[in-house]
Design a protein around this ligand. Structure first.
Ligand code: ZN
Length: 685
């Protein structure tokens, strides 16, 4: 393993600053820790609030991620308050946490890691704890003691598995005292602890330990027997994955909806197609910290009778296998639970499907990606352990004990509360225009994953990137889609499903306008209006309905229509007629969708000019002519003709769309909500 240490970067850093620097170096390496795993500390001399000199332990706070850690995510504790605890025989988690809280130096500092005492009881100044893949490949074997001794001789002590807490900390502290000259401590089925008098020394010791493990594994790793050739092309595989994802999402989302992450990376594929993969995958995680993300085991789906993945067969097998998985999980919970705990979601977080790949699930795309990342490391550790000996994990009792450990579940309470549209996936057509952009942004702010589609991919991408900057990586994606093309619509929906696993909300917003009196209207302008405004709406709604029905979780279509449907305007024949067709189809969709809890509602805006693609210079000129006014008076004209004498902005339309897209309007379907400042002729009736 390569060291990332830079003397230049670390120059002049000391105490907490060098701890932040080194923690980030460790966090950058996903072979050391992933997504919030591991912890680090430094012991420094300082003063308390009265100015008295004290020794301070700066400890990583619970749940923080080393990759992006900041000084504020470390907790200062009075070391001399913690050290006397070493003399105690036992302490419950609650006693320990309460004691730790009282030893915090700064009011308002975050809650320190549950492994704080372990760091306090080890005398060296700098301490790092990682869940390194290479170390766990050695510890997750039945003869780990023997293997570790072979690799490190007597320079390392191994502590048998204990759930983190007082006892593990005490045993670690004792091991250090007992064996002078010890270089590191390995926690069985868990990870590595290294130290040093300087941060550099402690960091390099981590790298050295892991490098030794990697060399050992490298010598023993079996050459790949054969590289697995996927049974179908990537394109077909993705089509299959996209066809089955909504069924999977529906099956596991009956309680709370999930967002899926699909991965068919060659390393994953290789593992799934190993003849032993099914049994190996059912053993357990390589370090207990991962349980929260991956659950004890993945679902390994076996579909008999065909070497080529068949979506229908897979979908049918999924239902049955998921039911069996849940049964197994409930049984595991009932057998091993501690009194007073309630069962968590019994569905798998990782689903392995031969011929297709891996799906992981989470409350949003970030969470499902974390599970994906962790499982990819799990695959490596399983393969390496199996190569040097055989892979073992914790016992089912230990797994359940950790999975339902209140201290671990506490981390979940640190997450921000879920938003109104959390766990929902929305697709917006015509997202590059002013209204489409405002809708996409509004839905994203309320927590939805948003797929922005438009014929103008570049512009859509910029908008999606801006949303991601604000809301977090991968919250939205941009896809090119021409609503008037059946193949383009199909492809975009397939990609949307591959990105998030399904769909909950379709906002059919794409539209074009052409102004001309009927006797001068060309057939091509008429056809194009029908193609985009009517046929386009049909094509996207049809795809959405298919996904909604496969999921069985209901569905929501919000249509951005126009005031012209109810109150048509002169010279606006192609626009008004095609939008009327869209509206009438939407009413049919409301009727047909109701049995499947699919709601369809319409928003009728009027004269929204801001950033509008619809209101081109040409159309402004034409509409000004139709109304007999100069072009510069057009926006004023639209504002003055409504009852409230007000201008309509994209954000006003987005607000109405949010109302229909959310459960705020749960009892409404087939309705029209005007956003036009009040136009008497356009009152819905
Ligand atoms: Zn740990």
């Amino acid at each position: 393993m390569k060291s990332r240490w830079s003397d230049k970067e670390a120059m002049g850093l000391e105490g907490l600053d060098v701890l932040v620097y080194t923690s980030r170096l460790i966090g950058m390496d996903t072979n050391l820790v992933v997504w919030g795993g591991g912890n680090s500390s430094v012991k420094v001399k300082g003063t308390d609030h009265t100015g008295r000199p004290i020794r301070i332990l700066w400890m990583k706070s619970s749940g923080s991620d080393m990759r992006t850690i900041t000084p504020k995510q470390f907790t200062p504790l009075r070391l001399d308050d913690l050290l006397p605890l070493m003399k105690r025989d036992a302490m419950t988690d609650d006693e320990m946490v309460a004691y730790q809280s009282r030893s915090i130096l700064e009011p308002g500092a975050p809650k320190p890691s549950i492994e704080t005492l372990l760091h306090a009881f080890l005398p060296p100044t700098h301490i790092y704890h990682t869940h390194a893949d290479a170390i766990c490949a050695l510890t997750d074997t039945p003869n780990s003691d023997e293997i570790i001794e072979k690799v490190y001789g007597k320079s390392v002590a191994v502590i048998p598995y204990f759930r983190p807490g007082f006892l593990l900390s005490k045993r670690t502290g004792e091991a250090y005292v007992k064996r002078p000259g010890l270089r590191a401590i390995i926690l069985d089925k868990h990870g590595l602890i290294t130290w040093g008098e300087s941060a550099k020394e402690a960091y390099l010791e981590t790298i050295r330990m892991i490098t030794l493990a990697e060399h050992y594994l490298g010598r023993r790793r079996r050459p790949r027997v054969r590289s697995v050739r996927p049974p179908v092309s990537k394109e077909t595989r993705h089509a299959v994955a996209s066809a089955i994802a909504p069924t999977l999402r529906g099956e596991i989302g009956r309680g709370k909806r999930m967002v899926l992450f699909y991965d068919d990376d060659p390393a994953v594929f290789q593992f799934i197609h190993d003849p032993k993969a099914k049994s190996l995958s059912q053993i357990g995680p390589f370090t207990p910290d991962h349980l929260m993300h991956t659950k004890p085991w993945p679902l390994f789906l076996e579909v008999k009778g065909s070497s080529r993945p068949d979506p229908e067969k897979i979908a049918a097998a999924l239902s049955k296998s998921l039911a069996q998985y849940r049964e197994r999980y409930v049984d595991y919970f009932n057998r091993h639970k501690t009194p007073g705990v309630t069962i968590l979601d019994p569905n798998p977080r990782v689903i392995l499907i031969p011929g297709v790949g891996m799906f992981t699930t989470g409350k949003d795309r970030r969470a499902s990606r974390i599970t994906r990342d962790i499982y990819k490391h799990t695959v490596q550790v399983i393969q390496n352990s199996a190569a040097v000996s055989s892979y073992v994990s914790l016992s089912p009792r230990e797994l359940c004990d950790f999975e339902y450990w209140p201290m671990e579940n506490f981390k979940l309470t640190l997450l921000p509360p879920e938003k109104e549209l959390s766990r929902r996936v929305a697709l917006v057509t015509g997202a590059a225009g002013g209204i489409g952009k405002a809708i996409a942004e509004r839905l994203a702010v309320e927590g939805a994953m948003v797929v922005l589609t438009d014929i103008d991919l570049e512009k859509t991408r910029t908008i999606a990137e801006a949303i991601n900057q604000k809301m977090g990586e991968m919250n939205s994606i941009a896809l090119k889609m021409d609503v008037a093309s059946e193949s383009s619509v199909r492809k975009a929906f397939e990609n949307a499903v591959l990105a998030y696993g399904g769909l909950d909300i379709l906002v059919s917003n794409a539209g074009i306008a052409k102004s001309s009196p009927v006797d001068r209207l060309s057939l091509s302008d008429w056809d194009r209006s029908i193609a985009v405004n009517a046929t386009g709406h049909f094509l996207v709604s049809r795809e959405a309905l298919r996904i909604f029905k496969a999921q069985g979780l209901g569905g929501n279509i919000v249509v951005v229509a126009t005031k012209n449907v109810l109150a048509p305007g002169k010279d606006f024949g192609a626009y008004s007629a095609s939008k009327a067709a869209q509206t009438q189809l939407s009413r049919i969709l409301a009727i047909e969708g109701a049995d499947d809890r699919i709601r369809v509602n319409m928003v009728n805006p009027d004269g929204v000019f801001q950033e509008s693609g619809l209101w081109s210079k040409e159309i402004r000129e034409e509409r000004a002519k139709a109304h007999g006014i100069p072009i510069e008076k057009l926006e004023d004209f639209y504002a003055r003709r409504n009852l409230l004498k007000t201008r309509i902005y994209p954000g006003d339309v987005a607000e109405a769309v949010l109302f229909f897209a959310s459960d705020r309007s749960a009892k409404t379907t087939g309705a029209i909500l005007p956003v036009d400042g009040g136009i008497r002729e356009a009152f819905p009736r």
